[in-house]
Design a protein around this ligand. Structure first.
Ligand code: FMN
Length: 348
């Protein structure tokens, strides 16, 4: 009820720099995370889901298949509040080994007519050690927490493997699953790590890093929607070699000079215009892997029907980001409720 009233004010006040809205909302979520009584109220209003929504995927139990995508809570500072809003899992980060400020602002742009965002954040975060410290302070949560790992900008591509491994080493006790982000369009050269040999070296090293410790949580790879079918096939081959637990499809699609969409700002496009492409990629992966590799579908999800279409394409779980910005917390509740009814119908 309240978000449709609040949104025009929030969007209007932060028209010049939409990131200011994000900063404000994050401050509120951080403050809420420290108030058990308020958290309880929020959970009563938004965070209820029926037992019928529960799924077990790559060995983890998800109370609902709808999660929050990476990039919203880059440092993992507002997890209790986000969990209370009804998400079935949260992916935090992308975190890098070195703390870094990201690109100059403004670096998020709203396209309300298209229900889309363009961002070129550039992995702004406080670094893996700060996240480990934060996770240590966070009380246990009833949902899985994934950690998205990326490459520090100052580290050359040839040293990317050590950079990812350092982050994984520091964060291994704090993630229920880990995602290798090699698909953000906003760190120069990062997407070349999706190439066969580079990905092979990276996944081998991360697997090795996991096996040297007592913990071996699921390892996922997040892919770009801009890969050709052949390049995606190679990514899947390497993922199979290293027994990757799942694929997240997809990251944002590249816009700007030299790409098909030169609408305004350079960066990665998310939201409704990404939905069809993301579903195509999910379906391609599902078919190529004969449904044997769990897929988290993400891109342009706003409604329960969007979620259902992702499941039809082959996803086991879904994530949202841009839809959550436009629709607010009521969206997660609406999806959970609609899925409960739909699953009840299909089972009955
Ligand atoms: C402002 C913004 C920041 C993002 N940052 C990250 C990030 O740090 N790591 C990542 O893997 N994806 C990041 N993403 C991509 C989202 O996780 C998601 O894959 C993409 O936005 C498509 O989903 P959507 O259409 O629901 O937004 C970001 C997206 C946005 C809009």
């Amino acid at each position: 009820m309240f978000y449709p009233l609040l949104r025009p004010i929030l969007f209007g006040l932060t028209r010049r720099d939409p990131e200011a809205a994000h900063t404000l909302v994050m401050s509120l979520l951080v403050a809420l995370s420290k108030q058990p009584a308020l958290l309880w109220l929020v959970r009563q209003r938004w965070g209820q889901y029926s037992p019928g929504l529960e799924r077990t995927v790559f060995g983890l139990r998800f109370p609902t298949p709808v999660g929050l995508a990476a990039g919203f809570d880059k440092d993992g500072v507002a997890l209790p509040a986000l969990a209370a809003l009804g998400f079935g899992f949260l992916e935090i980060g992308t975190v890098t080994w070195h703390p870094q400020p990201g690109n100059p602002r403004p670096r998020i742009f709203r396209l309300p007519g298209a229900a889309a965002l363009i961002n070129r954040m550039g992995f702004n975060n406080h670094g893996a050690l700060a996240m480990a410290d934060q996770r240590q302070k966070t009380p246990p949560l009833p949902i899985p927490i994934g950690i998205s790992l990326g490459k520090s900008r100052r580290v050359p591509l040839e040293e990317a493997v050590d950079d990812y491994c350092a982050s994984l080493r520091a964060l291994l006790p704090y993630g229920d699953f880990f995602t290798v982000n090699v698909s953000s369009p906003n760190t120069p050269g990062l997407r070349s790590l999706q190439g066969h040999d580079q990905l092979d070296r990276l996944l081998a090293a991360l697997r090795q890093e996991m096996h040297t410790g007592p913990l071996s949580p699921p390892l996922l790879v997040k892919v770009s929607p801009d890969l050709s079918d052949q390049a995606m096939g190679e990514v899947l081959e390497v993922c199979a070699t290293h027994r990757v637990s799942g694929i997240i499809a997809t990251n944002t699609t590249l816009v700007g000079p030299g790409t098909a969409c030169t609408c305004c700002e350079a960066g990665g496009l998310s939201g409704r215009p990404l939905a069809a492409r993301a579903r195509h990629v999910v379906h391609f992966i599902y078919t190529e892997t004969s449904g044997q590799v769990p897929i988290i579908g993400v891109g342009g999800i706003f409604t329960p029907d969007d979620v259902w279409r992702m499941f039809d394409a082959g996803a086991s779980l879904v994530q949202v980001y841009t839809g959550f910005i436009y629709e607010g917390p009521g969206m997660v509740r609406a999806i959970n409720r609609a899925l409960t009814c739909k699953l009840g119908e299909t089972r009955g």
